[in-house]
Design a protein around this ligand. Structure first.
Ligand SMILES: [Zn+2]
Length: 158
């Protein structure tokens, strides 16, 4: 019983565990509310994962998962390490994993700060990769993340 009952959706207020902002979400009253991140942070997490996968992070192959049966949900890092989670989105990890990949395919990076706002330029030495400029962003992590994500999207999808 219960499978075909109308789902009752209700408004909830949550506090995002990543940015700390209060946000509204809708959930079935029958389910335990499990929203821990606001829509922006959730979207950012998906983009960060895309960027990392492009930079060489991956799930185990069928063969690897067969050998070590409990690693299916684990992440294989480009340097050969294996962890259950991806690295956090921060400046250190952006440089370590993503900028290094961009440099490897021929990019030069320039980071500037004017009156507390950050500009990031990614210049492609090799064609046909695109040049990207992100300007006037207060958070340097966001400036670098957005620039890297834009390049990745174009290089990956074109
Ligand atoms: Zn958030």
């Amino acid at each position: 019983m219960g499978n075909h009952e109308e789902p009752a959706y209700k408004r909830f207020e949550g506090t995002c565990r990543t940015c700390g902002k209060t946000f509204i979400y809708h959930n079935s009253v029958k389910r335990h509310p499990d929203h821990q991140e606001c829509p922006q942070c959730e979207a950012e997490k998906i983009e960060w994962q895309e960027l990392l996968e492009w930079s060489g992070f991956r799930r185990p192959t069928q063969e690897e998962a067969r050998i070590a049966r409990d690693v299916n949900e684990w992440w294989w890092y480009p340097d050969g390490d294996i962890f259950i989670v991806l690295p956090d989105l921060d400046l250190n990890n952006l440089f370590k994993w993503v900028v290094s990949k961009l440099v490897e395919i021929g990019y030069e990076i320039t980071v500037r700060c004017f009156s507390g706002k950050w500009d990031v330029s990614l210049f492609a030495a090799r064609q046909p990769f695109p040049d990207i400029d992100i300007k006037c962003i207060e958070d340097p992590k966001q400036a670098l993340f957005q620039a890297c994500y834009k390049v990745m999207k174009k290089v990956r999808d074109e």
